[in-house]
Design a protein around this ligand. Structure first.
Ligand code: ADP
Ligand code: MG
Length: 239
C-alpha cells in the first residue's frame, strides 16, 4: 500500500539552530498519528513543512506517493486546523465552512451538500446562520474542523487544536475527533504537547525530543517499552 505520507530525512534550520535535524517517517492511509513533545521541540515546524507553509532545507516530503516539495499548500490535498480558529468574522458558519469550496469554483448545490454533511457530523446544523462572535470557543473550533472536513482532504493536519479550550470541552472534543476519524476513515496527523491527548487519540505516536524522533510506536508500545528515559518520562511510563 502507498503511504499517505512519507518523510525522508527532512531537515530544517532557522538561522544557526537546527530545529529538525533529519526526520524520516511513513504514515499509512487511515492512520491517526500524533506528534508529541514539549513546547519548542519542532512539532509545528514539522507539520508546517508537511503543509507546505515552510520549506525544508533538504529531504523529501511525499503525499500519496507523490513528491510535494515545492508544491503550494493549496495543491497538496491537505487541510490544516490550527489552535487559533481564524474564522472570518463577517461570514456565517456556513459561509466560513464553504469559502474554500467557493474559491475552488465548486457549484453552489454541491457546496451546500458538503456543508450540510459536515454540519451533521459536528452537530453544527442549528448554528449555520450564526457569525463567529455568536459562538462559544468550542463551537468555533468545531467550525474550524468543519471547514477542513468539507474539503475532503487526503490528509488532515491538526496543530494543537484543543489547547484554547477548557479541560471539560477538551475531553469532549477529543472524543468527537476520535469518532470523526472513524467516520471519515481519513489520515490524520495531530500535533500536541499533551500526553493524554496523544495516548488516547493515536494509532501511533511520534515522540519528538529537540527535533529528533525519539520513538515511533503505538501508545502501548511506548508505555511498555519506552526507547529511553525521555520517552518514559514524557509518556509517564515507569522508567
Ligand atoms: P513546537 O511546535 O514543538 O512548540 P516549533 O516548531 O514551533 O515547536 O519551534 C521549534 C523551534 O524552532 C523553536 O526553538 C522556535 O523558536 C524555532 N522556530 C520556529 N519557527 C521559527 C521561525 N520562523 N524562525 C526562527 N525560529 C523559529
Ligand atoms: Mg507548536
Amino acid at each position: 500500500m502507498t503511504p499517505a505520507l512519507q518523510l525522508r530525512d527532512v531537515r530544517k534550520t532557522f538561522g544557526k539552530v537546527e530545529v529538525i535535524p533529519g526526520a524520516s517517517l511513513s504514515v499509512m492511509p487511515g492512520e491517526f498519528v500524533v506528534f508529541v513533545g514539549p513546547s519548542g521541540c519542532g512539532k509545528s515546524t514539522l507539520l508546517r513543512m508537511i503543509a507546505g507553509l515552510e520549506a525544508p532545507d533538504s529531504g523529501d516530503i511525499m503525499i500519496g506517493g507523490a513528491r510535494v516539495n515545492g508544491v503550494s499548500p493549496a495543491r497538496r490535498g491537505i487541510a490544516m486546523v490550527f489552535q487559533s480558529y481564524a474564522l472570518y468574522p463577517h461570514l456565517t458558519v456556513a459561509g466560513n465552512m464553504g469559502l474554500a469550496l467557493k474559491q475552488a469554483g465548486m457549484p453552489r448545490a454541491e457546496r451546500e451538500a458538503a456543508i450540510a454533511e459536515a454540519a451533521r457530523m459536528l452537530a453544527l446544523e442549528p448554528l449555520l446562520d450564526r457569525r463567529p462572535a455568536q459562538l462559544s470557543g468550542g463551537q468555533r473550533q468545531r467550525v474550524a474542523i468543519g471547514r477542513a472536513i468539507v474539503r475532503r482532504p487526503k490528509l488532515f493536519l491538526f496543530d494543537e487544536p484543543l489547547s484554547n479550550l477548557d479541560a471539560a470541552l477538551r475531553g469532549q472534543t477529543r472524543i468527537e475527533l476520535a469518532r470523526l476519524h472513524r467516520e471519515l476513515g481519513a489520515t490524520m496527523i495531530y500535533v500536541t504537547h499533551d500526553q493524554v491527548e496523544a495516548m488516547t487519540l493515536a494509532d501511533r505516536i511520534v515522540v519528538l525530543d529537540r527535533g529528533h524522533i525519539a520513538q515511533i510506536g503505538t501508545p502501548m508500545e511506548l508505555y511498555d517499552r519506552p526507547a529511553n528515559r525521555f520517552v518514559a518520562s514524557f509518556i509517564g511510563a515507569p522508567a
